[in-house]
Design a binder for this molecule. Sequence first.
Ligand code: SAM
Ligand code: SF4
Length: 322
Amino acid sequence: MLIDGHGRRVNYLRISLTERCNFRCRYCMPEKPFSWVPRENLLSFEDLFKFVRVAIDHGIEKIRLTGGEPTLRADLDKFIKMISDYKPDIDLAMTTNGYLLKEIAGDLRRAGLRRLNISLDSLDPSTAALIAGRDVLSNVLAGIEAALREGFKVKINMVPLKGINDHEIVDILEWSRERGIQVRFIEYMENVHAQSSLQGLHGREILERIRERYRVEKIGRQGSSPAFLYRLAEDGYTFGLIDPHKHDFCESCNRIRLTAEGYLIPCLYFDEAMSIKEAVEAGDIDGAVEILRQVLANKPKENRWSEERSELSNRAFYETGG
Ligand code: SAM
Ligand code: SF4
């Protein structure tokens, strides 16, 4: 079992498979200048799997693949199959922008992936293009359809931004409700890589928009999920709100993150990270476990990011996987 320095049980590993992305969401990545980490610095799927196996042996029960855009990695289905063959009952999920799903959803499902969180910030093609820096909407919608057809459990992620897509909060909620999909609204988290003029909405403002149309009841947090759940009184439809400006979910945090280059990160808002790359490439599994234990011992009590902090987070979401 993996226990951190504050007595919390850690059983959730988020793996960023690449920092590269086919979108340039203005809340996540600069358009340019931009230089990617060279491909040779990435951990191969074979080396990543060496670590995944040992993490599972030590108590990891849930893995989420993310990025950057994880669907850009060739042979993604083979990596998923390695994990699900090793532990068929693992809770294996992926967060994606959905752009390439139309082509690969079936392969991913057959390889053992069950759950997908797909980002959908607008239902209007020009607003979606304004946010993603590309004309993306028709592919994303086709990707969501393909995922539902293949039997994935799908959730939608939306980041509301003032004056850009905040007028679509209720539209996206209703669109998701019609399809039986849970939507989670994520507060925009300021960071140095995002466009500086952006302004997000606080969780309470997001709720106000929904309350203008619906009666909303609180449900609460389920397990160690960062999403606080609410339901519409009318029909019981459940949606989530992720509001890291309050860090009350840190108390039950059960996760660690691994970047595509092999850095283990104890907390999204924490700059200290340790690399497992050398250890796994040399086949030194004991060394990798020791690094895992040190990172857990250093896991902070709560994120260092709150309304009171004036400096912007340096952490790139596209590296750490959001
Ligand atoms: N490319 C995939 C995607 O967009 O779904 C996976 C990686 S992305 C970094 C994971 C999630 O982080 C997405 O839902 C995205 O909307 C969210 N995200 C990225 N930057 C963010 C920010 N500054 N504030 C809040 N959420 C952010
Ligand atoms: Fe790419 Fe996802 Fe970041 Fe958008 S949020 S730029 S899709 S990694």
